[in-house]
Structure formats: structure tokens, C-alpha cells
Design a protein. Structure first.
Length: 121
């Protein structure tokens, strides 16, 4: 078994013979499938929480089955979001993070940034 390189390995991922990491592992170029799945799962469930609580507030009467179902949906999705956030934080500290892409610098964006900082020369 190959020893993972510290600058490329993610959460115990081992490089293949051609130097590539498995698709689930983060690399210096992009996030792996685990990080993306956690990110989008959290985003969707957060939206479910938001919709459920406002559906309950605006469209149901107190002490009706629809109100109870909306509350339970909100609570279950919220607890799931909390668990996934813990998993995402764990994954963040166990894996490398992609480098920031180089920003294109045009004269317009440079001028705008200078004006925002009031440092144009």
C-alpha cells in the first residue's frame, strides 16, 4: 500500500499509479464527491427546514395534523442538518482544501477595487 502524500492526500486517500486521487477525496484543484454531497445535502435540508416552518406558520391551523407534520418535518430536517454540519466540519479538518482559483484582473476591476479602497494612484 502506498503512503499518501501529505500535500495531496485527503482523509486517508491513496493516490493511484498515475498520481490521481479517488473521486471522493478533495484535491488541490477541486472538492471531492463527499464534500460536495455534504454541502448540497445541508443546503437542501436547510431549505426544507425553512419551508416547513413557514408552511406551518402561514398555511396551517394550530393543533391540526398538517401543523404537526410540518413541525416534525422541520425538527427532523434540523437535527439532520446539525449532524451533517458536524460531519462536514470533521471532513474539513481531515482533508485538504482546494486552492483558490486565480482571479482575472482587468483594468476595470482593478480601477473599481482601487476606488473602493480610495487608494488609486
Amino acid at each position: 500500500m502506498k503512503k499518501p502524500r501529505s500535500d495531496m492526500a485527503s482523509a486517508g486517500a491513496v493516490q493511484t499509479d498515475d498520481g490521481q486521487l479517488p473521486s471522493w477525496a478533495n484535491s488541490r484543484e477541486r472538492y471531492g464527491s463527499v464534500a460536495r454531497a455534504l454541502h448540497w445535502s445541508i443546503a437542501v435540508l436547510f431549505l426544507v427546514c425553512y419551508v416547513a416552518v413557514y408552511y406551518r406558520h402561514w398555511f396551517t391551523l394550530p393543533k391540526t395534523p398538517a401543523n404537526w407534520i410540518a413541525l416534525q418535518t422541520h425538527l427532523v430536517a434540523g437535527v439532520t442538518v446539525a449532524a451533517l454540519v458536524v460531519a462536514r466540519v470533521f471532513w474539513f479538518f481531515r482533508s485538504i482544501q482546494p486552492d483558490d482559483p486565480p482571479a482575472p484582473v482587468s483594468s476595470t476591476s482593478h480601477r473599481t477595487a482601487c476606488m473602493a479602497r480610495c487608494t488609486c494612484s
